[in-house]
Design a protein around this ligand. Structure first.
Ligand code: ATR
Length: 277
């Protein structure tokens, strides 16, 4: 009898740049899991039918990426608490005819910041730039690390305010316009969660927020330094880090959910960042 190989994949639009297939293949090799992982380019108007078809044909799980993370929420029969709070899903698991939606982005970021980079965020001052979907997914896990303050700065103040209000019961969150970020606060961590760098526009990042010892973390990553990480290095950040580690850690968390085994991320992070440089 032929062996059945469990099928997984990543759905996005566009998706050709995705590193997820490489990462999951390395995880599978390392943990002796017999899986197949596909790149699935799916336009927004085809999302429902593509997910249904993947499930119908025996697919076991999907990663969901831009621009589908919010839309796919309604296709899940059940959501994890963290996906519900984030208002977004990056992982689907198909089991017994039902669809479970999870979000591993937040935990992926925390594992990178704390586990890989060795940051201690307790009593620190954290600044997030941007107030879109990416920010929504990381506020709750960041607040769990008990910072002294979490500031959200955004071009459109109302969106930052909305998020600050939503999460105010979970910790000390304040909203600002970029220009109004208090210069008296010594931020130990600045996270770029805007999509500003993607279009190559002049970044609106607030240089006054960087002080000595500050770590700047870009949720985006690239083969060469992103505009934010270049900007951070130029303005004296102690460290300027791109989101490769978060990418690998969120993938590991999805892999663990699907396969019940936790891969060693250090080895894989080294492998993909070497192949990216
Ligand atoms: P994502 O899911 O990646 O977070 P999004 O929800 O569209 O994407 O949010 C994009 C974020 O980047 C928003 O905070 C947006 O600011 P606005 O809320 O003011 O639109 C921010 N952003 C995008 N381009 C920007 C630019 N050129 N300058 C400043 N902020 C920008």
């Amino acid at each position: 009898m032929a062996t059945v190989i469990d099928r997984y994949g990543v759905m996005g639009y566009p998706v050709s740049h995705s590193r997820s297939p490489v990462i999951h293949r390395l995880f599978a090799l390392q943990t002796n899991q017999n899986i197949q992982y596909e790149l699935l380019q799916v336009a927004p108007d085809k999302l429902d039918s593509a997910v249904a078809q993947f499930q119908r044909t025996g697919g076991k799980g999907l990663n969901i990426t831009v621009p589908h993370k919010t839309e796919v929420l309604r296709l899940a029969d059940q959501l994890s608490e963290r996906a519900h709070v984030a208002g977004a899903v990056n992982t689907l698991m198909f089991q017994d005819g039902s669809v479970f939606g999870d979000n591993t982005d937040g935990i992926g970021l925390m594992r990178d910041l704390i586990g890989n980079l060795g940051l201690n965020l307790r009593d620190s001052h954290i600044l997030i730039l941007g107030a879109g979907g990416a920010t929504r997914g990381i506020v709750a896990p960041l607040l769990e690390s008990k910072p002294a303050s979490l500031s959200i700065a955004n071009r459109t103040l109302s969106k930052a305010r909305e998020l600050a209000e939503q999460f105010s019961s979970a910790g000390p969150v304040t909203a600002y316009r970029f220009k109004e970020i208090p210069s008296s606060t010594r931020f130990s961590l600045i996270i770029n969660a805007t999509s500003a760098g993607l279009s190559g526009e002049a970044p609106p990042y607030p240089a006054a927020a960087i002080s000595a010892g500050c770590v700047c973390y870009d949720l985006s990553y690239g083969l060469t330094p992103t505009p934010f990480s270049r900007w951070a290095a130029q303005h004296g950040a102690a460290r300027s880090v791109m989101g490769w580690g978060m990418l690998v850690e969120q993938a590991a968390e999805s892999f663990h959910l699907w396969r019940g085994v936790r891969p060693n991320t250090t080895a894989v992070l080294k492998q993909i960042s070497i192949s990216a440089s």
